[in-house]
Design a protein around this ligand. Structure first.
Ligand code: AR6
Length: 177
């Protein structure tokens, strides 16, 4: 599904964040130390190779809501943007910190002249943010920043499961309609 908002195309698709070769950058749902881990971080570091972690070490630690950018190494993209999402129920206010992740990642993409960015559903795995709550926060935060973006033209939410996709599609339809 696709929607358009202030010239920004917003997509929701089912897939694997490491298999988005047409996007300039993919976003990592990172840990504070920017090390490999489970979920998205594990998949991205495995696909990128050990040089990604070496590049990350001097940039760590990062705070909830913060984003940093690196090369993509063996991934088919130009960059990886690493965001630390809030741990649900611990890092407060979680909604603001989740908004900061999406908006700070997009600001970095804009500064680097990137056209397309793929995001996973940050914080909705190990960090426990319910997907029904996270999806509208994520979508609204990118819509709110859209008027400030000129380089970034495509934002793709890459959801791992069918239900996660449906939740995002429903939120996208509601917020863009
Ligand atoms: N592609 C797209 N989405 C995925 C993939 C994938 N390959 N793998 C998982 N997901 P998570 P978090 C979905 O746990 O909650 C790590 O261990 C998954 O179903 O990766 O921000 C780090 O080291 C879920 O909906 O990120 C951190 O310690 C979403 O991506 C911690 O987990 C995010 O799940 C970060 O936790």
């Amino acid at each position: 599904m696709q929607a358009s908002h202030h010239g920004l195309t917003i997509e929701a698709v089912k897939g694997d964040i490491t298999a988005q070769p047409d996007c300039d950058a993919i976003v990592n749902a990172a840990n504070a130390q920017l090390r490999t881990g489970g979920g998205v971080a594990g998949a991205i570091h495995r696909a990128a190779g050990p040089e990604l972690e070496r590049e990350c070490v001097p940039l760590a630690p990062i705070r909830p809501g913060q984003a940093v950018i690196t090369g993509a190494h063996n991934l088919p993209n130009r960059h990886v943007i690493h965001c630390l999402g809030p741990v649900y129920g611990r890092d407060k206010p979680e909604e603001q910190l989740l908004r900061d992740c999406y908006q700070n990642a997009l600001r970095l993409a804009e500064e680097h002249g990137l056209h397309s960015v793929a995001f996973p559903a940050i914080s909705t795995g190990v960090f426990g943010y319910p997907i029904e709550e996270a999806a509208p926060v994520a979508i609204q935060s990118v819509m709110d920043l859209a008027p400030q973006l000129s380089s970034v033209q495509l934002l793709r939410f890459v959801l791992f499961g069918q239900r996660d996709l449906e939740v995002h599609e429903a939120a996208l339809q509601r917020l863009s309609g």
